[in-house]
Structures are given as structure tokens and as C-alpha cells.
Ligand binder design. Sequence first.
Ligand SMILES: NC(=[NH2+])NCCC[C@H](N)C(=O)O
Length: 671
Amino acid sequence: MGLIDETVSFYDKEASCAEDQIKCLKKQLLQLQQNIKNKTVDTSQNPELQKLVTENTKLKHRLTILKRAIASLSHSQTSRDSTRMQNIQEILDEIFGAAISSACPDITDAPVVITLSNNAKFGDYQCNSAMQISNIYKQLGKKVSPRDIANKIVENVSPHELVDKLEVAGPGFINVFVSKAFGLRNLSTIFTHGVRPPPYKKLRVVVDLSSPNIAKEMHVGHLRSTIIGDTICRLLEFLGHDVLRINHIGDWGTQFGMLIVHLQEKFPDYLSKAPPISDLQAFYKESKKRFDEDEDFKKRAYAGVVKLQSGDPNYIKAWQLICDVSRKEFQVIYDRLDVKLIERGESFYQSRMNDIVKELEAGGYLEDDEGRKVMWGDKNDGNIPFTVVKSDGGYTYDTSDLATIKQRIVEEKGDWLIYVTDAGQGTHFYILFQIARKIGLLTDNIRVDHVPFGVVLGEDKKKFKTRSGDTVRLIDLLEEGLKRALDKLKEKGRDQVLTPEELKQAQESIAYGCIKYADLSHNRHHEYVFSFDKMLEDKGNTAVYLLYAYTRIRSIARTANFDDKKIEDVAKSHTISLDHEKEWKLAKVLLKFPEELDKVTKDLCPHHLCEYVYEIATTFTEFYDSCYCVEKDSSGDIVKVNHGRILLAEATARVMAKCLDILGLKPVAKM
Ligand SMILES: NC(=[NH2+])NCCC[C@H](N)C(=O)O
């Protein structure tokens, strides 16, 4: 046998030996998997395995403890920041997390379940982990009662300023009572440093909102996107993030071919004299009619798109003229609603679309589909592919969003991308994110959200339309809101009391406030019925109720003749009063502010915040009904002022003001 043969046979043997080992390991693995499935890992047969499993459990456990320690360390460093309110839920998660790890060292990743208590008798928060942990023990063949576990957890909770008292109740609930000292210290930061959220890691967030289309109607769907998107931006800005508010207007579609050619043919001197196209919708309809009926025109329109997209100066000029008309109309709406946006429409991405198409092509991602170039996300999930290039070589909405996501990640260095559109575009964004992951653009450290919302219905529960069946013009809608708000104010006789200027401010505050709030207070996933009558009611969770409630709270300090300066002084010399049951109840609602913000940050559903601000208003009424702040005698002279309560009322007003501000509502001093 030659040297080569010998070597070959040696490696042959090695290989078959390795193969045997693999087979053996596979068998063991299979056995193990089977055992795990049957939840009866019989390690007693194999002491080696048993050792490994124990070792593994210990390691995992140490890892959990370490992770929690790191989290609590980094948190306690920031939470010692005495200039901000703290998130109670988060603190409880941490201290109970640590206590549970110590109490149940034999369980890895034991569940830490902390909820708000729905009955003050049972404390303010509850830890409900013991029941679940008892079940886990049961599966492991150990019988431990939830109550025993709960007691053990309580023994292991290290003392914290937040916790006044812990109580084991019922089958094994742990009731947590928040301490007044903690409450007082937290609420006092409102006077020393203003209403501030707990610290968040600053992120670069790109929010795509509003995004109407040039020359087409800006409809209620765009209004929803504007309102919901604006609130999300306001929230994230308040949390200290760096937010880029992008208005991705549709300014580059094929409709421009027909619009421009129609403009050129109807107003040949458009380059020197501004064409009368202020009614752009009518102009759009005219050109669309020609486009549909006249084959020749259609051809010229298609050629027009090509000219525009290749940058022909005359076409660009015409395009700008048309865009400007729409732009001005949009701006009127944004100004009225006080929404700030950066316009960056589809046209911005023209060259970037060329680039991304080239990249996808080079990466071998594109498939030919009857002349179209398509790209799949996950082929197995039943969705259709993206059309990246049409058969005529043009790009699509899909292509433009591939460019937006790349631009926002690569150029804007976004840590978090948010797209606010109607729910009908859900699949589009689902596929977009899949593709972005597939090409390595979207990585795990970047958060992306499509924020969908349901359709707006009329009171007849059908699609929101005017009586004649046309889409409702937003400007008309806002005008009607103004008219109805004024009627409401007059009905209450406010026109007799307020100055014309005050009346106008109240009218605008109510009109725009109620339109925004009606939208925001509904779970955005559902459709909602647009009803001026409902939104202008002054009872229940409406903007009108809240704006009135807020003004009333603000006026309390005024009755005591306290101005801002005086309140600052009082805040230095007195403490917020928390003794009365209703005072403490109100205070605890205010203390929830950080966790309410956190909730909205997680699921981007603003209705949580609406429910919260409503809770503040109703709890305040309860407090005010049983606790006097300013006492006057029969002649109206002040006989007693309760400084601590005025401070509590003022703290309430400030938290409420912050919530209203995030919701885009503008309270006025008098209404
Ligand atoms: N990047 C985006 N796709 N943003 C949303 C655009 C919305 C689109 N213009 C429409 O009216 O439906």
C-alpha cells in the first residue's frame, strides 16, 4: 500500500468513526428531545447527563440573577436621579425579580408578574407569580403551595423606599402598598424640576405620518395618520428621543404625466403666467377624464412621466406648480391642527430607487415574473412578492418604500422606524420588513413598527362620505367643527362671559381638540364612527369634558389668589397633602404617569393615555368633592386656604397639561 492509499484509509476510518459518533449523539439528542417533550427527563440513568443538567440549571440561574442585577444597577443609577418621576411598575419588576430568583433558586427564569390592583383594599399593585411558580414546581414533580412560595418571596424582597407594606392574600397573591414617602418625593419633583419622565436611552426615531397625495383629496384616513402620528411624535419627543417627522407625500406617481400634459395643453403659457389651478381636484378630474377617454392623450401622458422622471426642466417646472397648489392646501390643515412636519415626498427617493434596484439585482434577489421584476419576502407565508420594477421599467409604491427604509437606516441612522398608515397597508409593510431583514438592512437592534389604524365611518356606519356621496374635504370638516364648537359655547352662554378673543380661543381649542381626541381615544386598531354630536358631549371621556375639567383645576389656585410665583413659594414652604384617603388616591393616579407613558411607548396605542387622563380628571373630582382647598365665608371672603391641597391640585393640573400636550390638545385659560 502506497503512502497515499494509507493516508486515504486512515482518513476513511476516522471519518466512519466520526460518523458513528454523530449517529450516537443524534440518537442521544433525539432521546433527550423526546424526554423533554414528555417532560420526564430521566437523568438518573446517566449520571454524566445528570451532572450536566444540574450544572446547566445553576448556570442559567446565575445568568438570570446577573442579568437582573445589571438591570437593577443600571436602573438604580438612573433612578437615583431625583429630578424625575420614577416608573413604579419597573421598580417592582426589578425588586420582585430579584426576590423571586432568591426564593426559587431551582427555577430558571421564573415568571415575574406584577399588575395594578383593581381594589385599593388589596394594595396598589399585586405580584401574582406564586401561582405560576407553584405550577412549574408541579411539572417538575414537586409539591409546593402558592402561599408558601408567596411567603418566601416576601421574605426575600429587599427593603425599598417604594414599598410600604407587603401582604400575602388569598391563594398566594402578594399585595403591594406604595409608601407615601415615595409618593411625596416623586410628586415633589413636579415643582422642583417640572413634569419629567424617567430617563430613556435617546434614540433616533423616524416617523412617517400624514403622507397625503398631491392633486388627490387629502381624506379622513390621512387625518387619522396625521393625528395619531403627531401624538406618537409628541410622546417620543417628550421622552427625550430625537424624532424626525417625515411627511411622505405622493408627489411622483404616474398621475403627474396626465396632469402635466393637461396643464401644458390647457395653459400653454404656464411657464410665464401662473395657471389658475387652485381647484386642483377639479383639474385632476378633468385630466383623468381625458386620460380614460382619449388614447392619444394617454400616450402623451405616459411620455410625460418619462420626461418628468428624466428631469426635463419644463416638466419639472409644471410639476412644481402643481405640487405647490396641493402643498398650500395641506399646510392650512397642518397649521390649524398645529402639526409640524418635514416634507420629503416620493420624488426625494428617485435616485435612491435606482440604487436599491441595482443592489437587489446584483444580490440576485430579483425574479422575473412575466416581464416584471419581483422580490419575495418569506415565500412560505402565503403573501405575494414585491413588484420592484414594472414591465415598462417603472417603479412602484413597493420600490419607493424599499428606498425609504434604506434611507432611514443608512442615511438617517434611525434606531426606530415608524410608518403610520391605514390597516389596509398591513401586508405591504409586513413584506417590506421581511425583505429589509433578508437583505441585511434591518437588524435586531433596529425597531420597526407599522402603526395601522381602522377606517373612519359615518354615523350611518358606512364609509365616511358627504351627503352627496363625495369624500369629505378636510377643510370643510374643520370648519364644521368650528361652527359646532361655537354653537356649544353659545348654548352654555359663554359668549356672554368671555371676551371675543377668549371665545375664539375656546372655540378653536374645542373644535380641533374634539376632532383629535375622538380619534385618539378609540383603539386605533378598530374602525371608528365620526360623530360631532358624540365628540362635543361634555360628559364622559371627551375632549370637551377634559378641557373643562382642566380649566376648573387650574382655576382653584386662582380662587386662592395664588399666581405662579406664589405657587413656587408655597411649594418650597409646604408639602403636598396626602393624608386624606381621596388625596392619596389622586396622588397614586398621578404617580402612574411614567408607566402609562411606557405602555403607549410599547404598543403605540394612544388610547391608553386618553383613558389615563380621564382617570385623572374623574379622580380629581372625587378628591375635590370631599376635600376643600379654599374655604370662603358667606360673603365670599377667603377664610382658610389649604396649601398642601392647592399643591396637589396644581400637581394634577401639571400632569394633566403634559398629557393633553402629548395628545395635541390646547387647553385655554378660560372657556
Ligand atoms: N412610506 C409610506 N408608504 N408612507 C405612507 C404613504 C401613504 C400614501 N401616500 C397613501 O396615501 O396611502
